[in-house]
Design a protein around this ligand. Sequence first.
Ligand code: HEM
Length: 505
Amino acid sequence: MLGLKQFISPSATTRLSRNAFTSGSLSSLKPFSISHLSKFLSKPKLGSKCFSSSALSLDASQRVPFRSLVSSCLRKSIDQSVFGIQNIKFQSSQASSGIEGSNKTDESKNSSEGIERCPPVVGYWMLAMGAMVFGIVVVGGLTRLTESGLSIVEWNLIKGIKPPTSEEEWEREFEKYKQFPEFKKLNSLMTLEEFKFIFFMEWLHRLWGRAIGVAFVVPAVYFFSRGRLTPKVAKRSLGLAGLIGFQGGLGWYMVKSGLDHQLMEDPSAVPRVSQYRLASHLGTAFLLYVGFMLTGFEILSDNKLKRSPQKGFLAPITDPRFRAFRGHAIGTTVLVFITALSGAFVAGLDAGLVYNTFPNMGDSLIPPKEELWSPLYSSNRKLIEDDKETPIGMWRNIFDNPTTVQFNHRILAMTTLSSIVALYFLSRRLRLPRNARIGTNVMAGAGLAQVSLGISTLIYLVPVPLAAAHQSGSLALLTSGLYLVHTLRRPLPLQAPEESTQPKK
Ligand code: HEM
């Protein structure tokens, strides 16, 4: 521990672990009190992860320039001792996975024990999967906005790949579509050429969904068989593969709700998919996106940290304000997710068309109570007809009443924006790592843009380009939140050197 000895006198004992730091840059650090450091390092939770070989003796009264202490210590000492040991193990994992030569003994060892880090290619693949999900959300939004979603009235995983090619096949597909309520009630004057357009939109959406399945499962099997997935990433990949399959089934379940022949019996019923199923479908797409992006970010930054540890993990996570900021960032990102889900209810009910002014809804900020909380949307219609008691199931207004649904979306959007703005101002008062600062600034910009797009979509009566941009904006905003949360993530604990160096029996 050359670097440390230059700075620290041997008295009060404590240990230095990588857990003392989290992602950040050297330049963001102030001179640091040793008593502060030793208090933090002596926490029992961290003790188990500390390295005896990097044990420090600290004088509690001494103040040292923390930046020099840590950079020197990291470059000269931890890099050589702690990371050296870590690297030896990592390199053997790489060798086994075919990155650096091939080593039979290591390969068998790693295939049974699992590697410590996935190679960067796995991270890039995860991010590419995220990009594909982003793309399908945009296409899905356009499919809905052009009212194309109910044009293909059956679901066949393999046969459905091929679109109609001859005029005869097109006629056949059109005839099938004519049997369903959407054509009968809304599109009875539709021509074959118009039908071809809506069919193409839905076909593209489904084809993209299949492509996502293949682009995930095939490389996943390959990476797994070559031992390039850590047990954690392997388990997560299995979950994500299951979620892709579930999403395919959910998509068809959603479409079926718009093909129901009972819609013909109620003259006031509009043939469209259930808003509950639409929100679930969008929510699952967002979950997949979150899974791919976070996994990709983690893998890439773990690799970056391994390449240049001195760059990667210096920020005072002992500072309670920093931890509060991290909690705030996670909460805000969850709020973005919930607001987006509420947006799917607005879209599903065409609730963007009921009030087209902002900030007022009609004459005031809040619409009349009887309109927001109407027995008409209660699940117990019998009681309404008898006019006897207050009907039960009034909560259904939250999801079924277009006025309430729009109102909720506004409230959630404004709460989310306030939280983003608060995060921005809080970040000004903290010495954050550079990438976290970038994440906060981008999130603030994306939040403002998203709200502006939402208001414009509303005022201009939901034109397709604005509504599509608003939907994509929600994913862009979510991405900035995920990135920010990722930059504030604690680094993975290193294994104790004793464990790593002991030959396995
Ligand atoms: C953090 C802010 C916001 C987020 C994350 C968000 C997210 C979303 C999402 C995901 C949708 C569903 C789009 C679709 O499925 O096609 C949506 C729809 C909608 N949002 Fe927002 N929104 C936000 C703010 C706003 C604001 C402030 C307004 C206006 C007051 C607004 C008005 C609308 C309207 C009218 C729709 C329906 C568009 C359609 O029918 O396609 N949004 N929103």
